[in-house]
Design a binder for this molecule. Structure first.
Ligand code: FMN
Length: 213
């Protein structure tokens, strides 16, 4: 099969890319997420490219309030520490941001990288490519979630060991991303951190180089 995409389909894809958002606790609703939707997100993850076709991802679907509470406590501790790293005016702004939706979202998914115990084709020179593969899987989920009109947020302000302990992760599993998933009351048009003036959007000039930096 040599399926080609037409202009209308391309425009839909561009909209999914442009309108994908990181969703936080101030936007999630309590509307339950059907299992079928979770299955479609998992399918999307499992279609991701991976170094040597190693598929090194492991996903833990979390509904347990006890697990969520442990992760949330870790967020609280780590965000307090992170805030201190910014100058005073930024600290004030930081404090006002909602930077997770662990409790508010009905589903959390902890995504792990399973370290290999034998050489992987393509991963021997650049060891990190296994983890990059897991990030590809997360991005697939993020785009699929948006296509399903479901919000997803990535929380990295936490102690990965706390998450590992909370879900009994094996020793050779490394946390890559902690995701909050649920329906939303709205999808913002622009990244919140851009609108709030925390960080400006980079230009092509800052980003793209020809032949040499
Ligand atoms: C690796 C990674 C970690 C992130 N961690 C957090 C986080 O801990 N808390 C948060 O509020 N957003 C987090 N984000 C979301 C970013 O802030 C967000 O993607 C960025 O501001 C652009 O906004 P957008 O995703 O809505 O386009 C993370 C995103 C990535 C890719």
């Amino acid at each position: 099969m040599n399926r080609l995409f037409n202009a209308v389909e391309r425009d839909v894809f561009k909209d999914i890319l442009r309108l994908r958002r990181d969703v936080r606790g101030n936007k999630f609703t309590q509307q339950p997420v059907p299992d079928d939707v979770i299955e479609q997100l998992i399918d999307a993850a499992m279609l991701a490219p991976s170094v040597g076709y190693s598929q090194p991802w492991q996903l833990v679907v979390i509904k347990s309030q006890a697990v969520k509470q442990k992760v949330y406590q870790s967020f609280c501790q780590k965000s307090k520490q992170e805030k201190e790293l910014f100058p005073p005016d930024k600290q004030e702004q930081y404090q006002k941001f909602k930077l997770e939706g662990i409790i508010e979202s009905p589903i959390n998914i902890a995504v792990f990288y399973q370290r290999p115990d034998a050489p992987i084709l393509g991963q021997t020179a650049m060891k990190e490519t296994g983890k990059y593969s897991v990030v590809c899987a997360i991005q697939n989920m993020w785009l699929m979630a948006r296509a399903l009109n479901v919000g997803m947020g990535w929380v990295s302000i936490l102690d990965p060991q706390v998450v590992k302990n909370a879900v009994n992760a094996p020793e050779n599993s490394e946390l890559i991303g902690y995701l909050c998933i649920g329906y939303v009351d709205e999808f913002l048009e622009q990244p919140e951190l851009k609108t709030a003036g925390w960080q400006q959007q980079k230009s092509r000039q800052q980003t793209v180089f020809n032949d040499s930096f």
